[in-house]
Design a protein around this ligand. Structure first.
Ligand SMILES: [Ca+2]
Length: 243
């Protein structure tokens, strides 16, 4: 059980040397897909066990902080208030993008915890294929699915559009921690989203508009915590980009 193995690593607080690891994603983790992801290098691992959230670029740095869940305990990255940010087109307000990570194919794993009240659009979001503030993909993990919630969205120079071919009726938020995974396979456009159940995707889409970009975490308009983000991916190399 791959997830159980990772969970034990998290519990031990062990660090994996980024340069040393390649992981082939098991076929059973790609249910509903014809994709075959090759070995992917671990390009980002952050457990936030430090004082300041270096390595991340925020739409509003004042909305984020690193802190322990309990005094002296594990530290996490917390989105604790609304960002003062006006997006160029209707899209999430609270975004933290990993710096210096531009990926094509990827598998992103992260632990997330919603800290807002329980309501229909209770959400946290994950970002990928991010080109600029008006061109990117994001996953909205919303309590109840509708036109604007609990789907995979594209922001392509205009207000976000839902592109999920299949999705659940809603993300079953609790006040505890959950494990989210995004799988992106550029060649056939596959996007899969998993929430706790790593065998059955909660959302699936196919889109090839953006072939690469940055990854990130955040929320449309709520608060939450993030920890132990691990991204395995293919580092984007521009065609004819030289060395
Ligand atoms: Ca941590």
């Amino acid at each position: 059980m791959k997830w159980l193995t990772w969970k034990r690593e998290w519990l031990r607080g062990s660090l994996i040397p980024a340069a040393a690891v390649t992981v082939a994603v098991p076929a059973r983790d790609l249910a509903g897909s014809s994709a075959a992801l090759g070995p992917l290098q671990l390009v980002l691992h952050d457990d936030f066990e430090r004082a300041e959230p270096t390595g991340w670029k925020f739409t509003d740095p004042a909305a984020w902080r690193i802190g322990p869940v309990e005094p002296g305990k594990n530290r996490v990255l917390e989105l604790f208030q609304a960002s003062k940010y006006e997006p160029p087109v209707r899209s999430p307000l609270n975004i933290a993008l990993a710096e210096n990570v531009d990926l094509a194919d990827l598998v992103l794993d992260v632990k997330v915890r919603s800290t807002t009240r329980d309501y229909g659009h209770r959400d946290l979001c994950l970002f990928f294929g991010h080109q600029d503030p008006s061109h990117f993909y994001y996953v909205h993990l919303g309590k109840q699915a509708d036109e604007h919630a609990n789907s995979i969205f594209i922001v392509d120079g205009k207000p976000r559009v839902s592109i999920a071919e299949s999705r659940t009726a809603g993300t079953p938020w609790t006040d505890g921690w959950h494990h989210v995974r995004i799988v992106r396979h550029v060649k056939d456009g596959l996007i899969q989203v998993f929430f706790d159940d790593m065998a059955h995707p909660a959302m699936i889409a196919h889109d090839r508009t953006f072939s690469h970009g940055r990854v990130g975490i955040g929320s449309f308009d709520d608060t939450g915590m993030f920890d132990d983000i691990e991204v395995r991916g293919e580092i984007y190399k521009p065609a004819g980009g030289g060395h």
